[in-house]
Design a protein around this ligand. Structure first.
Ligand SMILES: NC(=O)c1ccc[n+]([C@@H]2O[C@H](COP(=O)([O-])OP(=O)(O)OC[C@H]3O[C@@H](n4cnc5c(N)ncnc54)[C@H](OP(=O)(O)O)[C@@H]3O)[C@@H](O)[C@H]2O)c1
Length: 249
């Protein structure tokens, strides 16, 4: 992998790229010359707008739809990506669902849905990526609360803990050709239906007493992509929240 300032000629698949953090990361990598395959599920207009913005800055992009909640979805998506781009150098697993439910509301369906999108799909995509049998780098998106207990999002919490374990497992299994790392964001963007007041209210729940910006996530992605001796690593971009433990709901 070249320096993060020059990703020219590299193809990067980003899941859930049409909106929010995925979109910010896609644009930042495209600005450094990467060719972007922007996966989306329902945000068709946003994905097409992103492709237009990337092409306007002189890079190449494709928007590719796919439901990662279906068992066959991830491998089918990866096969489609290979058809259009030939090979993939970097995989960023950002797509996610964030179901609100406590332990009493947990159902087999909600647990399955969260595990499928948040853990199984990243794993199946990563395995297909590793089967290319060429050098590459994978970045998974976790959550700072994997280290404690998020009692209001139990299925989500369990699925992200699963992806945490899978990140380390895959880092071992896919070495030496493929590096597998993860970013665990804390307070960066408010969840759907909330605004910045949500972030301000929760800022005191981390030692730095503030909240982060999507650009902080971009910095962590760039660092991981340009660090050839790092694998199996989790970077917490969370103002130190992961050191506190506890359950802030
Ligand atoms: N935002 C934060 O502050 C924060 C904090 C902690 C962890 N994280 C993690 O960081 C990552 C990015 O965060 P985010 O807030 O940008 O994510 P997000 O908005 O919750 O989700 C990103 C995308 O995932 C896609 N998605 C949902 N269900 C899907 C399915 N069945 N198949 C395929 N794609 C599906 C959606 O695509 P469409 O819109 O196209 O349907 C959505 O836009 C996530 O993994 C999240 O868990 C974020």
């Amino acid at each position: 992998m070249p320096s993060s300032e020059n990703l020219r000629g590299h193809t990067i698949l980003i899941t859930g790229a049409a909106r929010r953090l995925g979109r910010t990361v896609a644009l930042a990598l495209a600005k450094r010359g990467a060719r972007i395959v922007a996966h989306y599920h329902t945000s068709t207009a946003e994905a097409e707008r992103l492709v237009g913005e990337i092409e306007a800055i002189g890079s190449k992009a494709w928007a590719l739809a796919g439901n990662l909640g279906h068992a066959e979805g991830p491998e089918r998506l990866f096969a489609q990506v290979l058809e259009i781009s030939g090979s993939v150098d970097v995989l960023i697993n950002s797509a996610s669902i964030y179901s609100e439910e406590g332990i009493d509301d947990l159902t087999p369906e909600s647990l399955t849905a969260n595990v499928n999108v948040n853990a199984l799909a990243p794993f199946l995509l990563s395995r297909a990526f590793a089967h290319q049998d060429r050098a590459g780098s994978i970045v998974n998106f976790l959550d700072t609360r994997i280290l404690d207990y998020d009692s209001r999002h139990v299925s989500y919490h369990l699925s992200k803990r699963m992806l945490f374990s899978m990140t380390r497992m895959m880092a071992m299994e896919f070495a030496p050709k493929v590096r597998v790392n993860a970013i665990a964001p804390g307070l960066i963007l408010p969840p759907a239906g909330q605004d910045e007041s949500y972030l301000k209210e929760l800022a005191p729940t981390n030692p730095l007493n503030t909240y982060g910006k999507p650009g902080d996530i971009v910095e962590a992605v760039l660092f991981l992509l340009q660090s050839p001796f790092i694998t199996g690593q989790i970077i917490y971009v969370d103002g130190g929240r992961h050191m506190l433990g506890g359950d802030y709901g």
